[in-house]
Structure formats: structure tokens, C-alpha cells
Design a protein around this ligand. Structure first.
Ligand code: FAD
Length: 307
């Protein structure tokens, strides 16, 4: 039987930050990662808003954090599938394809993933985060796919970053972003909004991306040329394991207050999988830090009570 103080589900930046804090508090800490560690940050070609590095590749950053955690004594198991979980009571049980683990606390840091464009074309110029990748497109034309809050807000962000022109397309017959954001976007002459429109083809030639757009009502097609594509057709939090167990919001994100406590004692949440407004590396680290410190306090409180 393998017994831990903290088991962390997810080896992204939230989970690895929590692990560093956990092990430094003298707690036996295990990270279970279903792929290899790094999470979404591995997708970031170049990160320019991480304090301490003017520029750093996402994979480079995450390799450093993982190696720091390992050197401190965190146990990490990768490519592991969680098959079942029991979160009630003082001893939590995690069943995996590599054995059963028991822990006093659990930190859920399982993140989320953007829904990718269904057109499978390999390109470094397809992005899912304007804050992360927008500055590379100053003076250049881009396509934004998705007319919800994320698409419209990131389009406004791209305009503030000085992109040349934006074509924003939405599959449905209207935009879904907040009215005030829509109005701000539509007031900008550099923006062409096309509703009832979807991407149906893409040809990449060097930096140039020729996108075929299709009108979903008339089936009429047209081609546009852009340098980059920003995709906002939804995100899926990795919370299917927790349905009916943890309190989730209507989109499946885990509910917690600023102390990262979930509705179950000894179960904490950190990072993008938590319901919150800003999802960035720094905010995920913030969550991971707090979750580990709260887990430590919870463990010590229970130990005092059982003496
Ligand atoms: C392309 C791109 C570029 C970005 N660039 C920037 C940037 O420049 N600056 C910035 O601040 N932010 C950036 N972001 C956002 C940032 O990467 C995320 O906010 C951050 O990585 C979230 O960290 P996380 O640990 O909460 O989740 P994740 O990074 O998603 O990590 C979660 C981990 O949990 C694992 N997992 C999921 N389910 C399970 C399970 N059941 N069991 C075990 N493991 C599981 C996943 O495999 C994953 O490794 C970018 C995002 C993208 C997509």
C-alpha cells in the first residue's frame, strides 16, 4: 500500500508548483500525470510574460520546473491513467493502471485543453491564446475563429497589440460575446466580422496561410490570406472523473474559493481547471502554492486533533 500526504493529479505548472511547496513542507508528495509533465505550457512556443525570463520556450520552462521538483524529492509518475477515485473521508484512494495510491489530501490540477480546429494542418501559426502569442503579429493580418467572449476579447487584445487587420468568424448567425465587447470590436475599422461562417480549408506556404471560409447558410466559399490564426471554439476542463463528486460549474470547472478548498475536506484544486477569470502560468502557480499550503495546514490540523 502506497501512502502519501499529498497526491497531485496533473503535472502542469499548477501541479508542479504545488509539489514543490508540498515537498519543501516535509510532506510525502506524489504527482500523477496522464501524459508527460508540462501540460498546456508545452504548447507555448515562446513565453514572454513569465517574470524572470524575457523569453523562454514552454517546454524548456516546464523541464526546469519538473527537474526542480524531482531534485527536491517529489515523486512523479507519468503516463498513468486514473481509473477511479474515492475522495470522501480522511484517507483518499486513487486507483490507476499502475496500482492504488492512498493519500491524506488530493490536489486536482488537471487543467483543460482548447478544442482544436478540425482542419488537421501542421503550422506554428495556429494559436489558442492572444495574450501569449499575439505580439508576434504586430502589423500583420490574422483570423480569429469564434465569436464568444474569448474570441471577441482576444480580438480586442490583438488590436491593442497592433495587429494589422482581423477577420473574425463565427459559425452561428450572431456573436455571443458580451454586448459591450461586441460593440467595441465592431467599432474598429480594422475588423471584418463574418457570422454564419466556418473554416473549411487551409493551405500553408511559409508564413502565408490561405484559409477557405464557407458560409454555413449559403455554402458560398471565399479565400482569405492571413499570417496567423487564433482559435476560440471552446475549452474542455479535465473533470470527467469528478462529475457528481466535486462541485462543478455549468461548464465543468471545479468550484473553490480563494483558499482552493473544494466541497470535500482534504481535496483542493489548482490552475486552469478551477473556475476563475484569468488562466495564465502565474495564476496557476498562485493556485498551486495556496493549495499546497492549505493541504499542509489541513494535515497538521488533523494530526493535532487525533493526538
Ligand atoms: C498555446 C498556449 C500558449 C500559452 N502561452 C502562455 C503564455 O505565454 N503565458 C502564460 O502565462 N500562459 C500561457 N498559456 C496558458 C498556460 O499555459 C496555462 O494557463 C497553464 O499551463 C495552466 O496550467 P495548469 O497546470 O493549470 O494546467 P495544464 O497545463 O493544462 O496541466 C494539467 C495537466 O494535467 C494532466 N491531466 C489531466 N487530466 C489528468 C488526470 N486525470 N490524471 C493525471 N493527469 C491529468 C494533463 O495532461 C496536464 O499535463 C498558454 C496556453 C496555450 C494553450
Amino acid at each position: 500500500m502506497e501512502q502519501y500526504d499529498i497526491v497531485i493529479l496533473g503535472g502542469g505548472i499548477a501541479g508542479l508548483t504545488a509539489a514543490v511547496y508540498g515537498v519543501r513542507a516535509g510532506l510525502k508528495t506524489l504527482v500523477l500525470e496522464k501524459n508527460t509533465c508540462g501540460g498546456l505550457a508545452n504548447w507555448a512556443i515562446e513565453i514572454e510574460n513569465f517574470p524572470s525570463h524575457e523569453k523562454i520556450g514552454g517546454q524548456d520552462l516546464m523541464t526546469r520546473i519538473k527537474s526542480q521538483a524531482l531534485n527536491l524529492g517529489v515523486e512523479i509518475r507519468e503516463i498513468i491513467e486514473v481509473e477511479g477515485i474515492q475522495l470522501e473521508g480522511r484517507s483518499k484512494e486513487i486507483k490507476t493502471d499502475d496500482g492504488i495510491f492512498y493519500s491524506k489530501t488530493i490536489i486536482v490540477a488537471s487543467g483543460r485543453e482548447p478544442i482544436p480546429l478540425s482542419i488537421m494542418v501542421d503550422s506554428d501559426h495556429i494559436h489558442y491564446c492572444a495574450i501569449c502569442d499575439g505580439t508576434a503579429y504586430r502589423g500583420k493580418d490574422v483570423l480569429v475563429v469564434g465569436g464568444g467572449n474569448s474570441g471577441v476579447c482576444d480580438a480586442l487584445y490583438l488590436l491593442n497589440q497592433g495587429v494589422g487587420g482581423i477577420t473574425l468568424i463565427e459559425q452561428m448567425d450572431r456573436l455571443f460575446a458580451a454586448k459591450v465587447s461586441q460593440e467595441a470590436l465592431l467599432a474598429r475599422p480594422e475588423v471584418n466580422v463574418m457570422t454564419s461562417t466556418e473554416v473549411c480549408g487551409l493551405t500553408v506556404d511559409g508564413d502565408s496561410h490561405r484559409v477557405t471560409l464557407r458560409n454555413t447558410q449559403t455554402a458560398a466559399r471565399q479565400e482569405i490570406e492571413v499570417r496567423g490564426i487564433f482559435v476560440y471554439i471552446g475549452q474542455v476542463p479535465h473533470t470527467s472523473l469528478f462529475k457528481g463528486i466535486l462541485e462543478l460549474d455549468e461548464q465543468g470547472y471545479i468550484q473553490a474559493d480563494e483558499t482552493m478548498h473544494t466541497n470535500l475536506e482534504g481535496v483542493f484544486v489548482a490552475g486552469d481547471v478551477r473556475r476563475k477569470k484569468y488562466r495564465q502560468l502565474t495564476t496557476a502557480m498562485n493556485d498551486g502554492t495556496i493549495a499546497a499550503l492549505e493541504a499542509e495546514e489541513y494535515i497538521h490540523k488533523n494530526a493535532r486533533m487525533t493526538k
